[in-house]
Design a protein around this ligand. Sequence first.
Ligand code: 1CP
Length: 345
Amino acid sequence: MNADPRLTDSAFLRAVRGEPVPHTPVWFMRQAGRSLPEYLAVREGVGMLESCMDPALVVEITLQPVRRYGVDAAIFFSDIVLPLKAVDVDLDIVPGVGPVVAHPVRTLADVEAIPDLTPEHVPFITEAVRGLVAELGGTPLIGFAGAPFTVASYLVEGGPSKEHAKTKAMMFGAPDVWDALLRKIAGISAAYLEVQVAAGASAVQLFDSWAGALTPADYRDHVMPHSAHVLERAGALGVPRIHFGVGTSNLLGLMGEAGADVVGVDWRTPLAHAIPLVGDRAVQGNLDPTLVFAPTEVMTARAAEIIEAGRAARGHVFNLGHGVIPSTDPDQLKRLTEFVQSYPV
Ligand code: 1CP
């Protein structure tokens, strides 16, 4: 692990450990993908899941934003539902919609029918990560997985959802099924991260994108122990763990306590508010992704405020407050990267 000394000493890993940095490291959630013309070109006629299972394509797509922007970390090109597909859950990622599950999970028997994930289910992931680490040299690769609540939402609803009503109905009304489901997903997500780290990923991010739908008490009682299990298994491998969700200002303390080294903050919560809540941990974020559509000087003025606020944290990794919006102008992200990397530390 971390064989290349440039990795250990990279701005990203230094910030994550709370050490002095040469510049504030920056990467963007969903940097690989829809906003890049070179992405659309290589994806032409290839389905999303098919792309994720093609190591050469995964290497190329993951590297595209690193080449174009010179960001301080790469995020592995995959999806949070890919490990479910790998264990043969009948699902697809439908263009313009997202993950769609053919037979939503409702009963204990449905949960028990989902196999656990072993490395043999995902040889293409091992191959892609190894290939990437060789190409990336001193740029760290962030592996990722979906957190149990967010992945459960797709499995129970059958697709994207705003209210997560069926999911929460199971959580409130069928606690035994819920517990079994979250335990199952936690095992799959942890095993998926273990494969990525074993193949050379330098850090991991656990995406609990939809956890903001929960009250702190419900998160603590019904979700947090399962996310903590995933983070604990990743931590046992010696890599830093980033824990991110959207609309989680009421959960930031718990998301840190779940076992994160870095807490991702969405754009709605000012870093000055978030930092005292996460304790002695680094933060990641949190420019409003729509600010890249503003004039460059408006965008960079906001970025400067965020870097200044980040000084109060143990460490700060600059990012957007959620994923890159598909219609984003790549040139504007390039200017943002250069601005952050040249801003005095
Ligand atoms: O930089 C990258 O693009 C890295 C790869 C990546 C990541 C980290 C993709 C590719 N998906 C994800 C994670 C992911 N997938 C999350 C967590 C991050 C977040 O909150 O944005 C979630 C919730 C998903 C589920 C998902 N997959 C959605 C959201 C649907 C909804 O509920 O609103 C969508 C649209 C997808 C499809 C998808 N995943 C990734 C891409 C590039 C796409 C678009 C499909 C395509 O290009 O055909």
